[in-house]
Write a protein that binds this ligand. Structure first.
Ligand SMILES: [Zn+2]
Length: 246
């Protein structure tokens, strides 16, 4: 992974700045939405290295107070691996406002990280961390971000069975002013993924595979499939490629 710029992308309009400081499959993905009206920040997934990437992108640690909401797409390590560090960084610098995190129902990895951190630091944690297991089709609104969750099909390879098991996995549509940012999370082609991206101002779409695999047991989208989905949105960006190791 010599050229880290390949894993970074940004987009903006008058209302929102969208920054993907780093996204690679099996390594980490973090998406940063910043409202230009309020300066408030929402994170979509918190991959490993998120604190480092936020410090580089924003050139300040002020984000610890500006993060209003976090939405986790699913519990795979490359999407939740940075939560523990982010909580630790916020605790160290004394965040006081409660932190809300929305997750798919039964997203065990996120729940365990949150519970573990809260328990370990219960005497000295200056802010509350709340998680909300929201069902597909549900809304979660703050004063700054209006979010709707959609179920996507993210087949899980880690179970030792031939039976197809899907991860609890969401994609999200986030409204900021008149702008809608859609995020597929990890998915194969499915009705949920289409619904998420349709007519969005910007669709952030995972495009892990360079070629469309023949297998029916599909975990991720290919670039071709992601572009087909992207055509349903006004604009799109592709993320979550497989890292090039040579
Ligand atoms: Zn995944």
């Amino acid at each position: 992974m010599k050229n880290l710029d390949e894993y970074k992308t940004t987009w903006e309009n008058d209302e929102v700045h969208v920054d993907v400081p780093f996204s690679a499959a099996g390594v980490g993905t973090t998406i940063v939405l910043t409202s230009k009206f309020t300066g408030k920040i929402m994170l979509l997934d918190v991959g490993d290295g998120a604190v480092r990437d936020l410090l580089i992108s924003l050139e300040s640690s002020e984000f610890i107070n500006e993060i209003d909401l976090i939405a986790i797409s699913h519990g795979h390590f490359d999407h939740v691996g940075g939560l523990y560090t982010l909580f630790g960084f916020m605790r160290m610098l004394g965040r006081e406002k409660p932190l809300n995190i929305i997750i798919p129902p039964n997203c065990k990895e996120a729940i365990e990280i949150i519970k573990g951190f809260r328990e370990l630091h219960q005497e000295t944690l200056p802010f509350k961390i709340w998680y909300h297991e929201i069902s597909p089709g549900s809304d979660f609104d703050t004063d700054f971000f209006k979010v709707k969750a959609y179920e996507v099909e993210h087949y899980s390879l880690e179970h030792a069975t031939e039976t197809e098991i899907l991860e609890p996995a969401h994609g999200y549509r986030v409204q900021i002013g008149g702008t809608v940012v859609a995020y597929t999370g990890d998915t194969r082609l499915c009705p949920g993924a289409e619904e998420i991206v349709t007519d969005a101002s910007l669709a952030v779409i995972e495009a892990t595979h360079l070629e469309t695999p023949k297998s029916t047991r599909r975990v991720h989208l290919s670039v071709e499939e992601a572009k087909t989905l992207g055509a349903l949105a006004k604009e799109f960006m592709l993320i979550h490629s497989i890292p090039k190791l040579k």
